[in-house]
Design a protein around this ligand. Sequence first.
Ligand code: CA
Length: 149
Amino acid sequence: MAPVQKEELSERTPRVEDYLEVISGLIREKGYARPVDISQRLEVTPSTVTSMIQRLDKLGFLVYEKYRGIVLTPKGDELGKGIERRHRVVSRLLEILGLGGDIVYKDAEGIEHHVHPATVDGIEKLVEFFDRNPAIVRSLQRFIQAPED
Ligand code: CA
């Protein structure tokens, strides 16, 4: 794996965002986020998770106490939920475009870190519009699938 030295200069990196996204998701689903679950979801070693948790604690995104576990601070909670929302909104747009599971997941994972909040708002509105107008979605999908002439 490539070193992440450059990333460490900035507090909000894709890696930081991914951790907060996963922690926020685990807390929502299970009520708590254990390092072992984080390491499984992100496919990284437990020691990588431990050092990242310490870094996120130092940066003020969470508080980690041995017995209470991981508690997100308001700043960490806001960022984590924001990334979850980006992921959801971008995934839905790609699904509407007719793209399949693996591409949707991978591209949402990439795009979620690189769009301006105003763009996310715009995409969210677009997705909402499509979801309220399924006939338009069907028409769009027929257009996408039609052979070019
Ligand atoms: Ca992610």
